[in-house]
Ligand binder design. Structure first.
Ligand SMILES: Nc1ncnc2c1ncn2[C@@H]1O[C@H](COP(=O)(O)OP(=O)(O)O)[C@@H](O)[C@H]1O
Ligand SMILES: Cc1ncc(COP(=O)(O)OP(=O)(O)O)c(N)n1
Length: 279
């Protein structure tokens, strides 16, 4: 008899990117590459490609409820992540369902603006995210502009990142990871502040590439995949960061703008990659 692979199940609650590089499509490819099965609540559709977002169409609210109901009637969801949530009503509908189904191991990627500049969450939605969704999150993963909004301060240095992480935690987040992709210099610094007040830096060489569409989605999906596998939060973060570091230097040459990553560049087992579980 053939071996049956045992993949845990996760959930992505996000928007669809018709260009395939970011949003739900990035999440699904990443989870598969990280050996986790993912279910999906589509919160909205975007007409999008590597050049930008041409349209955004949130899903009817009752359809969000139906998707949650179908998933939780059948699957043992071990971890979940949120991505683009579009507006206040959709944030609150997602929050209601997360509470109803008692979702644990929740990674909130507070997607606000796509790299091309299109808003993927309006200002009332940002308030709802901060007040209602953030307290449910196991981990929140803002990029630098998102962290500036959530912490209500400018971030111009690594010291500022540390202060901002503490402010976001004080606003109700249990654990915080501020991503430094939008910074400058030869090294990318991501700062992690854990609930026990332990803070640490994760670093990587800054890759000079225009193929960065979907980096935030990909990182948060990888962390979610490893949480679903039962890893501790600090190990899941470290593995997600290693995955990101590995794939960002080997992108696909696709599209005419901000190209996609190649999430499939992680084909072997963690053991074969020589990944260090020590954090
Ligand atoms: N040019 C780069 N070189 C190496 N790593 C990067 C680069 N840009 C982003 N990353 C990494 O990708 C992840 C996502 O970061 P970021 O791009 O800031 O998020 P977002 O897509 O949400 O804006 C982080 O772990 C960051 O360190
Ligand atoms: C549908 C959808 N969701 C999220 C994003 C933003 O993804 P992100 O990982 O932040 O990547 P960039 O947009 O910054 O490339 C998106 N574009 N579309």
């Amino acid at each position: 008899m053939r071996d049956v692979l045992q993949y845990p199940t996760a959930l992505t609650i996000a928007g669809s990117d018709s260009g395939g590089g970011a949003g739900m499509q990035a999440d699904l490819k990443t989870m598969q590459a990280c050996r986790t099965y993912s279910t999906a609540v589509v919160v909205g559709l975007t007409a999008q490609n590597t050049l930008g977002v041409q349209g955004a169409y949130p899903t009817a609210l009752d359809v969000i409820d139906q998707q949650f109901a179908s998933i939780f009637a059948d699957f043992d969801v071990r971890a979940a992540k949120t991505g683009a949530l579009f507006d206040r009503d959709h944030v609150l509908q997602v929050v209601e369902n997360l509470k109803k189904y008692e979702v644990t191991n929740l990674v909130v990627d507070p997607v606000m603006v796509a790299k091309g500049g299109a808003a993927l969450l309006d200002s009332a939605g940002i308030d709802a995210l901060r007040e209602d969704l953030l307290p449910l999150a196991t981990l929140i993963t803002p990029n630098l502009p998102e962290a500036e909004l959530l912490a209500e301060m400018p971030i111009a240095s690594q010291d500022d990142m540390v202060v901002a992480a503490h402010k976001i935690m004080a606003a109700g987040a249990k654990n915080v990871m501020i991503k430094g992709g939008h910074g400058h210099g030869p090294v990318v610094y991501d700062y992690v502040l854990l609930a026990d007040q332990v803070g640490f830096w994760l670093t990587g060489d800054r890759v000079a590439t225009t193929s960065k569409h979907g980096t935030g989605d990909t990182l948060s999906a990888a962390i979610t995949a490893y949480l679903a596998q039962g890893e501790s939060l600090s190990v899941a973060i470290a593995l997600g960061h290693q995955y990101m570091n590995k794939i960002i230097g080997q992108p696909l040459n696709i599209g005419h703008g901000h190209g996609p990553l190649n999430q499939g560049q992680w084909p072997t087992t963690i053991a074969q990659q020589g990944v260090n579980h020590e954090v």
